[in-house]
Design a protein around this ligand. Structure first.
Ligand SMILES: Nc1ncnc2c1ncn2[C@@H]1O[C@H](COP(=O)(O)OP(=O)(O)O)[C@@H](O)[C@H]1O
Ligand SMILES: [Mg+2]
Length: 405
């Protein structure tokens, strides 16, 4: 039910999250197809390597069987030496290593070391592929006089091809992640400058008419003929309120200095200010076990947050209900402030969005109250603010967590 915003810049957040999904889905598709395609290549190369080893086995059979004919022998030798990439170990049927090719054995190794190394390699090869059987026959009688086995494993080229898409995708992912962080950082920095600039400018512009209003009130107060003393007092109260608003804007535009304050009395200030201004059927109560709970806060900004949350609570309740503000000391030096209402609640699917700039369900809402509250609590006070619970048509509880002083 989110209101169609008339402010184009606020819609940006909605589009932005769609773009994120598109990018995410596209990258997953590209990754999957890249891995799939490389797998096809790997399978083809595997087939080819097996054929090569089979040919190698045949060549061994020929050279062993056909001692006389030089031609066949020559071709067979050619085949044997053509293989310069697939690691191969040739063993007798009693498992004795007869020869090896493309296996990294060092000539300086002792016989024993060499043999145990080759045995190990053989084990690895046995786990990778079924060995190829070589049958040795007597060329005259055709009688079988021995069998041998050719063990082999993937060539270095094939190993690289298997690993390649993963290495490539990881590099791209790392690069993409860094680019994303950089982009986000610069976006956040820009948003910050806009916030700060706008707030400072507002405070600045309010300042001039405000000091002149204060001067005018002084003039009225000093006038002995002034008949409306009550009016002047009301005027002063409103000016006081305007000064607070100005101070809030000017504080959010600079890094506010925190002071040790009594949280309970700050909350009571806000509640006492709001109580006469909301419907008489909305009750506002503050509950606490101690009247002395202290935290380092910037009083005007903290009061602003409480006011914002209370106003939202009032809006959620329509005409009547209870706003309960509980202040409690948690363990590990934390202070919890729970603001509960008996209003309409927030639908589960919207809970994640309420702190986003521009999210509002109100006709005249700007959707900035909670964004500001989050910024004030988390950026300036190193605290936390979140929806603790919300039940549709039953009510909502927002929780603020501060560090105790
Ligand atoms: N106590 C609450 N109960 C129900 N919904 C709430 C409550 N507080 C905030 N919301 C929802 O979050 C939205 C954003 O709140 P806010 O940032 O203060 O902007 P605005 O008050 O201008 O709409 C509100 O429009 C409302 O839908
Ligand atoms: Mg609001």
């Amino acid at each position: 039910m989110s209101k169609k915003s008339t402010v184009p810049s606020l819609d940006f957040y909605q589009n932005n999250s769609n773009i994120k999904w598109v990018v995410l889905v596209a990258s997953v598709l590209i990754s999957i197809s890249s891995i799939y395609y490389t797998n096809i290549l790997v399978d083809q190369l595997k087939d080819r390597e097996r054929q090569q080893v089979q040919l190698y086995a045949k060549a061994i059979e020929y050279t062993a069987n056909d001692e006389g004919t030089g031609d066949v022998n020559f071709i067979a030798q050619e085949i044997l030496f053509q293989n310069n990439s697939i690691p191969i170990i040739q063993v007798s049927d009693s498992n004795k290593v007869l020869s090896s090719r493309n296996v990294d054995v060092d000539d300086t190794w002792s016989e024993k070391k060499r043999n145990s190394f080759l045995k190990q390699e053989m084990q690895i090869m046995r786990e990778t592929y079924e060995p190829i059987k070589v049958t040795l026959r007597d060329p005259q009688t055709g009688e079988v006089f021995g069998t041998q086995f050719i063990y082999y494993k993937n060539s270095f080229l094939l190993k690289q091809l298997i690993a390649y898409p993963y290495i490539q995708l990881s590099v791209i992912a790392i690069f993409g992640f860094i680019a994303y962080l950089a982009f986000n950082y610069s976006k956040a920095a820009e948003q910050n400058r806009v916030w700060v600039g706008l707030a400072k400018e507002t405070a600045h512009q309010l300042g001039t008419p405000l000091s002149s209003l204060m001067a005018w009130v002084e003039v009225l107060r000093d006038d002995p003929d002034m008949k409306h003393k009550g009016t002047v007092e009301e005027l002063e109260k409103d000016i006081q309120k305007l000064r607070i608003v100005t101070e809030r804007f000017s504080s959010i535009g600079s890094i506010p200095t925190l002071k040790k304050e009594n949280i309970v009395s700050l909350i009571n200030n806000v509640v006492n200010y709001l109580r006469p201004r909301v419907s008489s059927r909305v009750r506002m109560e503050v509950f606490t076990l101690s009247e002395n709970i202290f935290a380092n806060v910037h009083a005007p900004l903290f009061e602003w947050v409480i006011e914002n949350l209370s106003k939202n609570a009032v809006d959620a309740m329509g005409n009547s209900g209870l706003i309960a503000i509980k202040v409690l000391r948690g363990n590990e030096g934390k202070i919890f402030i729970d603001i509960s209402d008996t209003g309409k609640g927030i639908p589960r699917s919207k809970i994640d969005q309420v702190f986003r700039p521009g999210f509002t369900t109100k006709k005249r809402g700007w959707g900035l109250g909670l964004t500001l509250a989050k910024r004030i609590i988390e950026t300036y006070h190193d605290g936390k603010i979140f929806v603790k619970s919300s039940e549709e048509n039953l009510g909502t509880t927002f929780r603020i967590v501060l560090n105790a002083a």
